[in-house]
Ligand binder design. Structure first.
Ligand code: GLU
Length: 509
């Protein structure tokens, strides 16, 4: 590839960034890094009615948490800035004027009421009102009015918009890197508004002008923008600019595979659809974030990379560098990608196993503090070695760090009550006497290691010719409080001799 690769992620700050947006950013980032290109963040905030306070900050924090840094963007000015469209608004009018001068656009003076009346009228006839070649001469614009009338209106400051003059009877041949060739008949297109009466460009004009001025080589964005592609192509043609290459990413579908994944699906089914928690500034409503729900950023990224792409091999676990290496736009699917909440849990489990015990212990610490800070076990909070060992024993069964307490509370607090069913099964008439013997046996074990415990207790059971369960069940129950947990000898070794003996005594007295 000769031209430098420059791609952009261009969100509108209209609310929290859905994971579909993160995936778009990720694919842009991977593509840029693969070809030593530049990844740009551009904030498309020209629609003042939809602007939401805090959304831009949220977007930047999310990209940061997901480890998708941008090379140019707000607060990282390169030579193509500013990167916020509201700070570029002086640029766009000139381009709209150019289109008028070249006959590719026109002034339209129809008021909102007039247009609504047309829409209603069409609706009652079962039709849809489209402003284009077939009716533009009957509407109020610089094509239908005399040039004198137009001049007067402009001089009077009458409100107007600038519309693109979409041609009649042309066939457009568009290319999408994922979908291939797309043919569009221009007769079905409407004359989209490019410039609004509030002096701001619409998305279409600002987007094309900025992509051109920022020398974007590839536009990689969600499938919902595919219907705009015909207009965008025509705008490039009208400006006589070289169009970038386009790639439209597949939709992210609901877990059922039917329909687009929405915020409501997440609320209903109990999983997040946003990277970070979001508090709506108006309603104060809180939407869950992957981060706060205990997902790891690298797990989310690995999961999202596979939501619409695969490397064509069996390998499913990729870190960011490996993704950069393996990523290929040609392997992005056309069909929608089903969001599977179990799959991201699977990834989280995997990434949790790969975190060091020390890291996991430090993540577990705040939870532990909440549970035991005011208890007699609190000293353990300072014993990093102990915490890491606990984590090493329980992490295999954990998907989230927040599972650790359930899986390992008995390493920190003695059982005070015992699972009733297990008690019935484990405690027989001869249990107290056997446990007394066990206590004596344990007391003599030195050094008090997992291996010595296992060898000594097993040979003793064998020599006594009794079933293993007769000893192992009450022993586990005494240490854990229930018939669960990791290897009982490992638990005992970590708890230590004194604590093990005390817990056995507690069970039988
Ligand atoms: N501002 C648009 C959005 O919010 C950008 C679409 C595009 O990438 O062209 O998604």
């Amino acid at each position: 590839m000769n031209t430098p690769i420059r791609v952009r992620f261009a969100p509108s700050p209209t609310g929290p960034l859905h994971i579909g947006g993160i995936r778009t950013a990720l694919y842009n980032y991977l593509f840029a890094k693969k070809y030593n290109g530049t990844f740009i963040l551009r904030i498309e905030d020209t629609d003042q009615n939809r602007y939401i306070e805090g959304a831009e900050k949220y977007i930047k924090q999310s990209l940061n948490w997901c480890n998708i840094p941008y090379d140019e963007g707000p607060e990282k000015e390169g030579k193509f800035g500013p990167y916020r469209q509201s700070e570029r608004k002086h640029i766009y009018k000139e381009y709209a004027d150019k289109l008028i001068a070249s006959g590719n656009a026109y002034y339209a003076f129809d008021t909102a009421d007039e247009l609504n009346a047309h829409r209603k009228d069409h609706e009652t006839k079962g039709k849809t009102f489209i402003y284009n070649w077939h009716n533009r001469l009957k509407l109020k614009n610089s094509l239908s009015l005399s040039s004198q009338e137009v001049k007067t209106k402009l001089a009077n400051g009458d409100a107007y918009v600038i519309r693109f003059k979409s041609p009649k009877d042309e066939t457009l041949h568009l290319t999408d890197l994922i979908r291939g060739e797309i043919t569009i008949d221009t007769n079905i297109l409407d004359d989209k508004v490019l410039f609004k009466s509030d002096g701001m460009p619409t998305y279409h004009l600002a987007n094309i002008v900025d992509d051109h001025l920022m020398e974007i080589s590839h536009v990689i964005r969600g499938e919902e923008w595919l219907p705009s592609l015909a207009l965008h192509y025509q705008l490039y043609k009208a400006f006589q600019w070289k169009a970038p290459a386009f790639a439209h990413l597949p939709l992210i579908l609901k877990p059922t595979g039917k329909g687009k994944l929405s915020k409501r699906d997440g609320d209903k089914l109990g999983f997040p659809v946003f990277p970070l928690q979001w508090k709506d500034p108006k309603s104060n409503e809180i939407s869950k974030g992957f981060k706060e729900e205990g997902y790891f950023n690298d797990a989310l990224i690995n999961f999202l990379a596979f939501l619409g792409w695969n490397p064509g091999t069996e390998q499913e676990n990729f870190n960011l560098e490996e993704l950069v290496d393996a990523f290929d736009l040609k392997r992005v699917h056309k069909a929608g990608a089903r969001f599977d909440p179990d799959k991201i849990k699977w990834y989280n489990h995997h990434y949790l196993q790969n975190r060091s015990n020390e890291t996991l212990a430090s993540l577990f610490l705040p939870i532990l503090k909440e549970q035991i800070a005011d208890t007699s076990s609190a000293a353990i909070l300072h014993n990093n070695d102990y915490l890491s060992k606990v984590v090493s024993l329980i992490k295999e069964r954990a998907t989230f760090v927040s599972d650790f307490w359930d899986l390992g509370h008995f390493f920190f607090v003695r059982p005070t009550n015992y699972d009733a069913k297990a008690l019935k099964k484990a405690i027989k008439e001869d249990t107290p006497a056997l446990m007394q013997e066990l206590i004596t046996l344990i007391d003599g074990i030195a050094p008090f290691s997992e291996e010595n415990l296992q060898n000594t207790i097993k040979s003793w059971i064998n020599a006594k010719e009794i079933g293993f369960g007769k000893i192992m069940m009450p022993l586990r129950l005494s240490l854990v409080g229930a018939m669960k947990g990791p290897d009982v000898f490992a638990i005992s070794a970590l708890l230590g001799k004194e604590e093990t003996i005390q817990r056995i005594k507690n069970l039988i007295t």
